[in-house]
Design a protein around this ligand. Sequence first.
Ligand code: PEP
Length: 248
Amino acid sequence: MTRRKYVVGNWKMNGLKSALGEARSIFAAADAHPGVDVALCPPFTLIGAMAATAPGKAVGGQDCHSAASGAFTGSVAAPMLADAGASLVIVGHSERREGFGERDADIRAKAQAALAAGLSVILCVGEPQGVRESGGAIAYVLAQVEGSVPDSFDPQRFAIAYEPIWAIGTGLVPTVADVAAMHGAIRGALRERFGDAAESIRILYGGSVNGDNAAELLGAGDVDGALVGGASLTAAKFVPIIAAAAGL
Ligand code: PEP
C-alpha cells in the first residue's frame, strides 16, 4: 500500500495578516512537489484569508469544539472552520491536552464532529518525557489511540500524528529506531481495530522536524509525513522539509 507523504504546518498562536505572503510562498513552492500533500494550519483568525489567498490549497484549524453550535464562548465549531475555507483540523495536540485539560473522550468527540462537518482530521498522540524514560511510551500512546480515535471514518480523511511531548519545540528528537517502533506499534493497533483500512491511515511524526533531519525521520518505517511547528512559519524553513518528503 502506497500512502502519499503528508507535510503539515501548525502555526500555533503565530501569524498576522502580514504572514499571508509566507503562506503563498510555501504553497507555491509546494507545487514543485506534486507527490506530497501540503497543508497549513494557521490561527482561526487567518483561516478565511489564507484560504482566499491560496485557492485550492489545504488550510486547516488547530482545534474545534465537539458541538456544531451553541453557548460555548470563545470556541469555534467544525462547521465554522469548513465555512471559513478549512478542509482539515488538528485535534488532540499535546498543548491542548496539557494546557486545556482535554481528555481522550473529548478529542474523540472533536474528531467525530470534524468528520461530520466534512473536514479531514489529524489526531495527535504522544508521551511525556517521564513516560519515555520509564519505558512506557508505546503502551501510553496506544492507550491514547484506543481512547481518542473514533470507531468509524473514511481512512483517506484521517491521520494520526505521533508527537512525543518532550520533542515539541525543544530541538530534541527520538532516535529513528524509536520513531519506527512507535509508528509500527500504532499501525499494528489500527490494523487490529480497522483491518485493511488501517493501511490507508497516514501516521505523521511531529517534534522538532527541520530541513536537516526530515529525510531521516520521514524515511523511517511507517512514517507517512510530518506535523511541523516552528519550522513551518517561513518558506525558508518549511520548503526544505517538503522537498525532503518528495525525495523519499
Ligand atoms: C507541534 O507542535 O506540532 C510541533 C511539532 O512543533 P515543533 O515542530 O516546533 O517541535
